[in-house]
Design a protein around this ligand. Structure first.
Ligand code: HEC
Length: 154
């Protein structure tokens, strides 16, 4: 065998071995009675927008694509999903107190305005989650309106 063939074989072996490292993907929970979607705060087109662009990382209803079960991609997906849920998990919305809800909605506004969210690396694999300028505007307007409702509900 030539040197490059040994190199390739070595990479192949490493690839196989890392498949045995547990992937640690956060658990998927389908039934979330406390979710934002059932709270009356969001419906119709906005619900679809948030579900498509944000819910893989900010809810318990992550839809893992096939490559999220293949290392090393699985490690990245697990990290983003875990950190995303830690920051904001819409599946526990009705449990969150008013001040925290307002802070989250304010963050949603600025993260979307500044194009920090959805994460760019996610968009490279999920073109359906790309937001048009109109989508961004709609989410920002929704977040503002939702803040008023959250205050009124209190
Ligand atoms: C690929 C996973 C992923 C997607 C999709 C995603 N996020 Fe995030 N989000 C993260 C991660 C990871 C963090 C924490 C690290 C950071 O702020 O970059 C985060 C943080 C946040 C925060 C808190 C920011 C702060 O600094 O307090 C908000 C708000 C947020 N995301 C909103 C959204 C919204 C709205 C969408 C959809 C339009 C979205 N995210 C889509 C992964 C994601």
């Amino acid at each position: 065998m030539k040197v490059w063939q040994y190199g390739l074989l070595g990479l192949g072996i490493i690839f196989l071995v890392i498949q045995f490292v547990p992937n640690q993907l956060p658990e998927v929970i389908e039934n979330n009675p406390k979710d934002l979607m059932g709270s009356g705060l969001v419906e119709g087109e906005m619900a679809t927008l948030l579900k498509t662009a944000c819910y893989d990382c900010h809810s318990n209803e992550t839809k893992y694509p096939w490559y999220s079960f293949v290392a090393p991609a699985s490690w990245l997906v697990a990290k983003d999903t875990r950190e995303g849920r830690e920051e904001v998990n819409f599946s526990y919305w009705t449990d969150i107190d008013m001040m925290d809800k307002l802070a989250i909605l304010d963050d949603v506004y600025s993260e979307v305005e500044e194009k920090h969210m959805p994460l760019p690396i996610y968009l490279s694999m999920h073109s359906e989650a790309k937001l048009t300028p109109e989508d961004r505007q709609k989410i920002m307007e929704w977040a503002e309106a939702a803040m008023d409702i959250v205050v009124e509900e209190e």
